[in-house]
Ligand binder design. Structure first.
Ligand code: FCB
Length: 451
């Protein structure tokens, strides 16, 4: 029985998903097209031409999925709301049928004793807004606040805490700089206004939420950055990468300023996007919680060409997930301690809003799905987390990615991150070994404090 994770009595156990990755039903009940519908339809954009058209059919099977969560004993469930269900063109009045779906979802979660933790934006921008510039346009930030208002007015009586954005770094880099995610733009450093406009959107939405007495979180993808050697050129490259990946999306929130991006030849007003008062909005009056999506550390070396001031280096001799991501659990402890050191009293309580791994798809002849690799991944990361907590970092919860296998963006259905296996032909859900392990862990944690 895994009671070794020494975590506080009120520590919250959860699981995470996102709308486009699980819902399907892309043109039902008045939902408008999102950037992901359009991007996934482009030949070659997603592996094997997969799309989120049906995904896990969660839109119709949410009660079955909530039954799985209840059986797991979750305290909380992090899901995302599809903006194009609420405002099919990204502006104007709310679509009643779209609101009604999340209304039913929230009620069903509460009836199961599970706290809903919605993310307002997990990358599925209404295509109509993308046609107007997407997050390159300042106006999208104002539209995001308007959309937030529509949602909160409907669900706010039952939902106390909200995550504004999911991984603004990943969305900027993959979506607008490299083009491997929707909307598929390849602007390299010209994508930087996307950072500011997302953060401005966060600030404007946070004001709406706070006015109504709600708690505000953001889910950032953060990574410890390791220089490839102690050569000053590698160390400088690592500092530049750290500024881009970590500080760009956390300093403005917690310190009210952008980091030094001079290594990129970018001024502190991000090429003129930052207007007077913006940083005050983004930072004031602070977050109630910092959501942390953690997967792996990053090793960085001096640049090999003129385009960027860094180059990614391999982390050798460590296990890798099916995705090829390096597994270095102790780097989570390093990251948590590093955040406390960097931000001191300005650091709000942390919740791990994503952590998990993809595993090979192996269903045994008897129908069982043994995923020892995932159990080891989660257990070792929880060990690292408990260690950081023992060293005084305030971590309030752990939401694993993911409850069920789902549409893994550019990889389609090839990367399986679920505690629950999904057969995408039949939509049959089969809990894996890790599901039972997590259920027992949660139960043991409760029992320990019930005595
Ligand atoms: C994160 C995303 C999430 C999922 C995991 C594997 O970057 O937030 O949607 O795809 O990676």
């Amino acid at each position: 029985m895994p009671t070794r994770f020494d975590l506080p009595a009120d520590f919250r156990w959860g699981a995470s998903t996102a709308a486009y990755q699980i819902e399907g039903a892309v043109d039902e009940d008045g939902r408008g097209p999102s950037v992901w519908d359009v991007f996934a339809a482009r030949p070659g954009a997603v592996r094997d031409g997969h799309t989120g058209r049906t995904a896990c059919d969660h839109y119709h099977r949410y009660t079955e999925d909530i039954a799985l969560m209840r059986e797991l004993g979750l305290d909380g469930y992090r899901f995302s709301i599809a903006w194009p269900r609420i405002q099919p063109t990204g502006a104007g009045p709310a679509n009643p049928a779209g609101l009604a779906f999340y209304d039913r979802l929230v009620d069903a979660l509460l009836a199961a004793g599970i706290a809903p933790l919605p993310t307002l934006f997990h990358w599925d921008l209404p295509q109509a807004l993308e046609d107007g510039g997407g997050w390159l346009a300042r106006d999208t930030a104002y539209r995001f606040a308007e959309y937030t208002e529509r949602i909160v007015d409907r669900l706010g009586d039952r939902v106390p805490a909200w995550i504004t954005l999911n991984e603004p770094f990943v969305h900027m880099v993959f979506g607008y700089a490299l083009g491997t995610h929707a909307p598929g733009r390849t602007l390299m450093l010209d994508a930087l206004p996307v950072a500011h406009h997302q953060l401005l959107g966060h600030g404007l939405a946070a004001a709406v939420l706070r006015e109504r007495g709600h708690q505000v979180l953001i889910a950032n993808n953060l990574t410890p950055v390791w220089p490839a050697s102690d050569d000053p050129a590698d160390v400088a490259a690592a500092a530049a990468y750290d500024a881009l990946h970590n500080r760009l999306f956390t300093d403005p929130l917690l310190l009210g300023r952008y980091p030094d991006l001079s290594a990129f030849g970018v001024p502190e007003d991000l090429g003129g996007s930052v207007r007077p008062g913006d940083l005050k909005l983004i930072s004031a009056p602070g977050l109630d919680g910092l959501g942390l999506n953690f997967y792996n550390p990053t090793r960085i070396a001096a640049p090999t060409g003129p385009e960027l001031p860094f180059a990614e280096a391999e982390i050798a001799d460590v296990p890798r997930t099916a995705f090829g991501w390096p597994v270095v659990p102790d780097s989570l402890r390093e990251l948590l301690l590093g955040l406390r050191e960097r931000y001191g009293d300005a650091l709000p309580p942390i919740t791990i809003t994503e952590n998990g791994c993809s595993v090979e798809d192996r269903v045994a002849p008897d129908g069982t799905v043994d995923d020892r690799f995932r159990i080891d991944y989660m257990a070792s990361h929880l060990d690292a987390l408990a260690e950081a907590v023992a060293q005084g970092v305030d971590v309030r919860g752990y939401y694993t990615w993911s409850l069920i296998d789902n549409f893994e963006w550019a990889e389609g259905y090839h990367q399986r991150f679920g505690l629950v296996h999904v057969d995408f032909e039949t939509q049959k859900r089969t809990p894996r070994t890790s599901y039972a392990w997590y259920r027992d862990l949660i139960a043991a944690h409760r029992e320990r404090f019930a005595r």
